[in-house]
Design a protein around this ligand. Sequence first.
Ligand code: DQA
Length: 147
Amino acid sequence: MKLLIINGPNLNLTGKRQPEIYGSRSFESFFEVLESGYASKGCGIQYFQSNSEGEIIDRLHKAGYGDEGFDGIVINPGAYSHYSLAIADAIAAIPLPVVEVHISNVAAREAERRKTVTGAACVAVVAGLGLFGYEAAVEWFVQSRNI
Ligand code: DQA
């Protein structure tokens, strides 16, 4: 099993920005532990982060139609979740299951954050579990695909 995690804008600052909302651990330090834990179970996880909508769309296309052999994608499109029909279209356009993750519980935040247009194109949305949400999504792929 091979999975790709895609993080959108400002998620490179996780651990530094608004720690009361997003926690104080960097995504990189979390990813290191996640990646090595799942590697030993035979599940490879790659990580891509971009602050640009077009780069996120290009990465989705490449993962979906290239020869990297991904089985699924875990994505946190950041603020793009709430308005990017272009990323939603890219998710719908690729033949891979995509699970959306939000560190915070977007359903309990400002009205603009309660709707996720990209989440509507995904198999599922996990929100409010902190960084553990990424692990929950990865574990769902592993269990449902039986690596
Ligand atoms: C976020 C929630 C978004 O509303 C916000 O713009 C982010 C992070 C989350 O992970 O909780 O950048 O996607």
